[in-house]
Design a protein around this ligand. Sequence first.
Ligand SMILES: Cc1cc2nc3c(=O)[nH]c(=O)nc-3n(C[C@H](O)[C@H](O)[C@H](O)COP(=O)(O)O)c2cc1C
Length: 318
Amino acid sequence: MKKAEITAFLSLTFVLLVSFVLGILEISIIHTSGNLSRLTVDRAVFSVFGEYHVKLFSDYQVFAIEGSYGTGEFSEEKLTGRMKYYGAAGIEQDITGIQYLTDQNGQAFREQVLQYMEDKYGLSVIRGFTGLTSKWEEQALQGEEMAVMQMAQLIAYFSRAGENYFSGALRVVPVGNTEIAAGMLQQITGADLFKIDPLLPYAKDYNECIAQAQEDQRRGARPELRSYPDSLEPYDTIYLGYPNYWGTMPMPVFTFLERFDFTGKTIKPFCTHEGSGLGRSESDIRRLCPGAKVEKGLAIQGSSVKSAEDALRKWSQK
Ligand SMILES: Cc1cc2nc3c(=O)[nH]c(=O)nc-3n(C[C@H](O)[C@H](O)[C@H](O)COP(=O)(O)O)c2cc1C
């Protein structure tokens, strides 16, 4: 049952508040120092109105009571009954107005408390920390927006070290092209890095790898990965890096994409290749991650990856 939420002004010096929120009010020390945080002030403001604290009344001549006497229906008699209980019956009373505590998001309530604290204790500093509740809401909203802006980014990439073609000749490299690009991007963005590593790696031998990758694609394999991120929850943007394998992503990248729900996230694909660019990888990503926003990908010539920094910077800042 919803209890009455009413503010009654009983006299100029005596404010009687009726509130259903009392249950959640907590007593805290009313700080009088200049470095009050808004949270502290808010708590202090509410604590002034904590029910059952007769001391608050005797010390501050202000307190809050439940004006329905537990019935959920406010009435003046019940209010007076409550006041007697608090020993306030002898006070000259003149009800000058009634307001719901929740009016304008509790602005009326706050205004009274702040005024009281200011008059009584000269706590003008409090104003600086409070102001209109609408302002607070605005600030809270801005805070949320900032939190969103500050969400983390992830670079998830697949890359293979070993034998590969460079300027028409086979060469063995200790670090794959996409891994080099991912490292540059990490330097630029500060994003977290995750390597999409299949449990059974493709062969270091180029021709063997070509055959394995083609076979995986032909049978629509989803090779198991060595590990997975615990969650992608903290990330709003995922840079997805991979080499072009037979016109699209290597199948372990499919495994990775199918593992998580990318709804609401932004995926930025970057691909190293030797002539086919991104191939059909972007449309494959869209198909695998229907809820994600898939941005225009960046294609990098694998054998020229070392000069890709500028392109990566420009693209990542778009
Ligand atoms: C199995 C395999 C398939 C490939 N298929 C293509 C392709 O279809 N088109 C293309 O342009 N390059 C293709 N390449 C070249 C790679 O995309 C390129 O060398 C890439 O930079 C390798 O990245 P990594 O060193 O990070 O593994 C292929 C390479 C391999 C090993």
